[in-house]
Ligand binder design. Structure first.
Ligand SMILES: Nc1ncnc2c1ncn2[C@@H]1O[C@H](COP(=O)(O)OP(=O)(O)OP(=O)(O)O)[C@@H](O)[C@H]1O
Ligand SMILES: [Mg+2]
Length: 227
């Protein structure tokens, strides 16, 4: 599903270049539930942003579904991202003026889906995450866990093959975090969507069948079946 080969990322001007990723390689099989762990500043978000085509590597290869990603063509990157990848962030990133179903439906606006179909799909997706009864509520009227459920539904609405989650439970209490994780797990199993998730929670990471440990811009340990 996903393969990175010797990815590097360097920030700053050439004379004061700061390496953040120093040759990262790993594979994630289709359908896997994979945790990315490592200390603050080790390069986890940088790696996720590159895999999600939100940022470009300095060198290296990113392969999604067997295809090398050709970095550089913004239009193609955006189309590929929209069709293949769903994002979930620590801070939910919901639009405050839109209600729950409108937030979920947003990616379909860019995909050119009709208004009627957007509403139907969004309501169906909210049902999957157990929030049909809050479809009309705005983000400010929802709890943290409910907001993250809305964000999950939005990430899934275009039926991506890969979900990238950067500390999705980082701003939730441990009970709510457990519930959101269970939901993510359930969606991974029922929909077969591959999940790559950054987490600081050792217990959560221990429950993932696959783990990638990043330290100082390198992969220092891997657990679980590799391809
Ligand atoms: N745009 C940027 N310009 C320069 N340096 C950056 C930029 N973005 C990130 N960095 C640096 O790259 C390093 C890795 O950052 P990154 O956000 O990937 O870490 P992280 O592992 O996600 O950390 P955290 O667990 O705190 O989220 C840090 O030292 C950070 O300061
Ligand atoms: Mg980060």
């Amino acid at each position: 599903m996903l393969e990175v080969l010797d990815l590097t990322k360097t920030y700053g001007p050439p004379d004061q270049a700061t390496p953040v990723l120093r040759g990262v390689s790993f594979k994630v099989e289709a359908g896997a539930f994979c945790a990315v762990v490592g200390p603050s500043g080790s390069g986890k978000s940088t790696l996720m942003n590159i895999i999600g085509l939100l940022d470009r590597p300095t060198s290296g290869v990113l392969r999604l579904d067997g295809l090398d990603v050709a970095f550089g063509d913004r239009g193609r990157e955006a189309r590929f991202r929209g069709a293949t990848i769903g994002f979930v962030f620590q801070s939910f990133n919901l639009l405050p003026r839109l209600n729950a179903w409108e937030n979920v439906a947003l990616p379909l606006v860019y995909a050119g889906v009709s208004a009627r179909e957007r509403e139907q799909s969004a309501l169906a997706m909210l049902e999957r995450v157990g929030l049909s009864h809050r479809a009309q509520a705005r983000p400010a009227e929802l709890s943290g866990g409910q907001r993250q459920r809305v964000a999950l539904a939005r990430a899934l609405i275009r039926q991506p093959r890969l979900i990238l989650a950067d500390e999705p439970t980082g701003s939730l209490d441990s009970v709510t975090a457990g519930e959101v994780m269970a939901l993510l797990r359930d969606l991974n199993q029922r929909l077969g969507v591959t999940v790559l998730m950054v987490t600081h929670d050792r217990d959560l990471a221990a429950r993932c069948e696959r783990r990638i440990e990043v330290l100082d811009g390198r992969v220092v340990a891997e657990a679980g079946a590799a391809a």
